[in-house]
Design a protein around this ligand. Structure first.
Ligand SMILES: Cc1cc2nc3c(=O)[nH]c(=O)nc-3n(C[C@H](O)[C@H](O)[C@H](O)COP(=O)(O)OP(=O)(O)OC[C@H]3O[C@@H](n4cnc5c(N)ncnc54)[C@H](O)[C@@H]3O)c2cc1C
Ligand code: FES
Length: 244
């Protein structure tokens, strides 16, 4: 359940030109699921900024964020403590997977899939990965996959390729999958994948814990709050046009 706490910043360093690793320490063991997010209070900003969990261990949690506007720019200067709401959202459900899982990520949407890879390995699932970025300078997490001995496919828009073309080339359409990235990428992924899947959605948020309805989206058969019933929804539930 979402809970407020003050966390200590133990690292806030650049990974690429505009992407940062933020490591936070809690005063208690971190209990979070892959696909959940933290809602960060940014100094001088009224609305919190949601950032997904990249990984966690014991009392530490790691986030990866891209600087896109003023809030994330201010975040790069935070070196002391951060006021966070932890354990937000539903997270991915890996119990729905049997022997293997394909992780499909685009851009900064690859970050929460690192936590999924760790969880999948803990569950004994075989992990396949297709990650796409606009160009090589944005590449993230290659070292992680090398250390884990996982072969990860990386594709780049600058080569005229994307995750969908690579999935087709490799004949992976029948695999069960988890996906996170830009809406148009996920819509295209939904269009080609034939197996079971879960998508993590992004939107601008208000409260971040279900109170303001600011993140409501119309699914096929119901309304849902992305921050509370989401951000993860199953393939077949989402009406992509409502998110564009
Ligand atoms: C559940 C969830 C998990 C997220 N996880 C991550 C993560 O792990 N790493 C990460 O870098 N970002 C993540 N985001 C996006 C992140 O919250 C926004 O990039 C951030 O709030 C932007 O704040 P800002 O003040 O820097 O930008 P703003 O000044 O608020 O906006 C700058 C630009 O970014 C666009 N923008 C802002 N928020 C979003 C959004 N949520 N979706 C699409 N466009 C947006 C704005 O329209 C504008 O064009 C996540 C968002 C959600 C909802
Ligand atoms: S952001 Fe307030 S209900 Fe989701």
């Amino acid at each position: 359940m979402a809970k407020a706490e003050i966390m200590t910043v133990i690292e806030n360093t650049p990974l690429t030109k505009d992407t940062y690793r933020l490591r936070l320490k809690s005063d208690q063991p971190v209990q979070v699921r892959c696909g959940q997010f933290l809602n960060l209070k940014i100094p001088g900003k009224a609305l919190r900024r949601p950032i997904s969990v990249t990984s966690w261990k014991d009392d530490e949690i790691e986030l990866t964020y891209r600087v896109v506007g003023e809030g994330t720019r201010i975040l790069t200067q935070c070196r002391d403590t951060l006021d966070v709401i932890n354990e937000c959202g539903n997270g991915f459900d890996l119990t729905k997977f049997d022997k293997e899982v394909l992780l499909i990520g685009g851009g900064i949407g690859t970050a929460p899939l690192i936590a999924c890879a760790e969880e999948a390995l803990r569950q004994g699932l075989q992990v396949k990965v297709v990650f796409g970025y606009q160009n090589r300078s944005q590449t993230l997490f290659q070292e992680f996959f090398r250390e884990k001995g996982i072969h990860a496919e990386y594709v780049y828009d600058e080569d005229g390729e994307n995750v969908v073309t690579r999935i087709r080339d490799l004949g992976l359409e029948k695999m069960d999958f988890l996906a996170c990235g830009p809406v148009r990428m996920m819509q295209a992924v939904d269009g080609i994948m034939e197996g079971y899947g879960q998508f993590s959605l992004e939107t601008r948020m208000g409260c971040g814990f279900g109170a303001c309805m600011g993140c409501s989206v119309r699914l096929k058969d119901r309304m849902a709050r992305i921050c509370k019933e989401g951000p993860v929804f199953e393939k077949g539930e989402i009406v992509w046009q409502n998110l564009l």
